[in-house]
Design a protein around this ligand. Structure first.
Ligand SMILES: [Zn+2]
Length: 222
C-alpha cells in the first residue's frame, strides 16, 4: 500500500474526528484569505509553512510558480486566478518561490531542456527574470545568480499577475494586496518583497507593523 494511501486511512480514523466541526463548516462553502501561488515542488508544504487550516488558502501550483501574462488564451492559471479574485474575492495573493527550484535551474539553462519540450516552453515565462539577473549581476557565480533569479522570478510573476483583468480591477479598487515571497527549504526562512525598496526582507521584518498591531490589540483585550 502506498504511504499516501495509508495516510488517508489514518486521516479518516485519527485526524478527521478531531476536526469534524471544521470540515462540516467547510462543506457549506469557502472563504479563503489568500490565493497562494507556489511551485509544484514536493518539498513545499503550504499548510505547514503558513500554519493554516483547510479553507484558508486557495492554492495554485505549477513548475516555477509562474503566472503567464494575460492573453485571450484560457489556461488553468488564468481561470483559477479569475475564480479566486472575482468569485471568492480573496483579499491577498501570494506568489511564493523557493530555493533549490528545479524549474528556475532549467530557466537558467533552457538549452539543457530539449528532452522536456513543454517544460522548456513553460519556462519561457521566466525569461525576463533571467535577463534581469544577467543585467544586474553579469559577473556573479552560479549560486548568486540562482539566488537573484528566485527573487527576480517572483517580481516578474507579480507583474504578470497585474495584467489579469480581475486582478487589475481589484487593485484599482484598492481591496487586493499582492505579496512576493521566497521560501528557503533548508532553513525554513521566508523572505518577502518590498516594492518600495525593491528588496526582500525576512517576513517578521516585512510584516513588523502588522505583527505589532496584532500584539497591541490582543494585549488591549486581554
Ligand atoms: Zn520549484
Amino acid at each position: 500500500m502506498p504511504h499516501f494511501a495509508a495516510g488517508v486511512v489514518r486521516f479518516q480514523n485519527e485526524v478527521y474526528p478531531q476536526k469534524k466541526e471544521l470540515f462540516e463548516a467547510l462543506s457549506k462553502g469557502q472563504s479563503p484569505e489568500a490565493l497562494f501561488i507556489t511551485c509544484s515542488d514536493s518539498r513545499i508544504e503550504t499548510a505547514m509553512i503558513t500554519q493554516t487550516e483547510p479553507g484558508e488558502l486557495f492554492i495554485c501550483r505549477n513548475a516555477g510558480n509562474i503566472v503567464p501574462p494575460h492573453t485571450t488564451y484560457t489556461g488553468g492559471m488564468t481561470a483559477s486566478i479569475e475564480f479566486a479574485v472575482a468569485a471568492l474575492n480573496v483579499p491577498h495573493i501570494v506568489i511564493c518561490g523557493h530555493t533549490e527550484c528545479g524549474a528556475m535551474k532549467g530557466a537558467m539553462d533552457l538549452g539543457g531542456l530539449d528532452a522536456l519540450p513543454h517544460v522548456k516552453e513553460w519556462l519561457a515565462y521566466s525569461k525576463a527574470a533571467v535577463s534581469a539577473v544577467d543585467a544586474v549581476a553579469p559577473e556573479a557565480d552560479d549560486a548568486e545568480r540562482m539566488h537573484l533569479l528566485l527573487e527576480q522570478n517572483v517580481i516578474l510573476q507579480l507583474q504578470h499577475l497585474k495584467t489579469h483583468p480581475s486582478v487589475a480591477a481589484r487593485l484599482a479598487k484598492g481591496d487586493l494586496k499582492l505579496h512576493g515571497w521566497v521560501y528557503d527549504i533548508k532553513t525554513g526562512a521566508v523572505k518577502a518583497y518590498d516594492a518600495a525598496t525593491n528588496s526582500f526582507a525576512p517576513v517578521d521584518e516585512h510584516y513588523a507593523a502588522e505583527i505589532a498591531a496584532i500584539a497591541g490589540s490582543s494585549s488591549c483585550t486581554a
